[in-house]
Design a protein around this ligand. Sequence first.
Ligand SMILES: Cc1cc2nc3c(=O)[nH]c(=O)nc-3n(C[C@H](O)[C@H](O)[C@H](O)COP(=O)(O)O)c2cc1C
Length: 295
Amino acid sequence: MRSSPRSASRRGPTASSSRARIPTAASSPGCTSRAGCGADRGARSPTSAPTRRGLAGLVLDDLAAGAAPIGHAGLAFDDAVDFDGWRRIDAVETAAAAPGRRRAKLRSVAAMRAAAADASIVLPEASESGGSGGGERVPVTILFGSESGGAELVADELARHLADRADVEVVDLADADPHGLDAARLHLVVCATYGDGEVPTTARPFVRALEEGDASLAGLRYAVLGMGDRSYARTYSRGSEIVDEALAARGATRIGEYGRHDASGPLDAGDVAREWADGVLAAEAAEAAVPAVAP
Ligand SMILES: Cc1cc2nc3c(=O)[nH]c(=O)nc-3n(C[C@H](O)[C@H](O)[C@H](O)COP(=O)(O)O)c2cc1C
């Protein structure tokens, strides 16, 4: 039996059961942004390019969120600026970023119009499809293990974050089968810890199937983000480690940083997850870029 990305409609306020492959940013399930939920300007990979609608939507979403009070003018502005105009705005905002920040938002329509019309801004080549230089979308499966919904929400956030550069599916570990894991896909494991350093209840059958079954996961690449609480000093994030160890024991290879989110700390889980995933995908891309050499 294959792992099954669920595609039923969402259930309840924490969106606890909608799981579907996300072929494009604009079609991300649960996405309410005009930008397409994967097109996060702030964290976009430097090698990926936004789609026209995605970039336009992102800028306008910023405005709608209060960056500039433009009301209906935003819609007219949306239609008035072409793709390269949006890319110039994006370039200006990126170039103006303070040290340690990814961008400084232009805060008025006038400033945006000026940037959009500034033909002196040299734009790198980009394609309407969202790729740059023919970059391919990475097939990614996000596996989440959750007891009270936090890891699932993070999985959803990651799916939206990655949708402009990856072909993403989200799978609950409750529905995953080790024999169904596809080595052609990068697996991002987001797993909470419960009890006394255990995996969430719903993830137990998956771990047991790994430990007691005969699945060979040679060639499967995965990364782990453990969600836990440091106040459980002895078992901090241990549930994710159990999944990690079980995957490795079946021959899978962990890549990138081992991410951890501390629920008792000040950092937002979504922020931690996005930064972690960006690092993992960068590591994956760097590995893919290394030419194979004969032994
Ligand atoms: C009853 C209970 C037991 C927990 N046990 C641990 C633990 O042993 N180690 C740990 O790091 N975190 C532990 N946590 C913290 C959770 O793993 C953390 O809050 C996580 O973000 C919850 O994710 P979820 O909402 O997806 O279940 C526990 C939380 C609860 C409520």
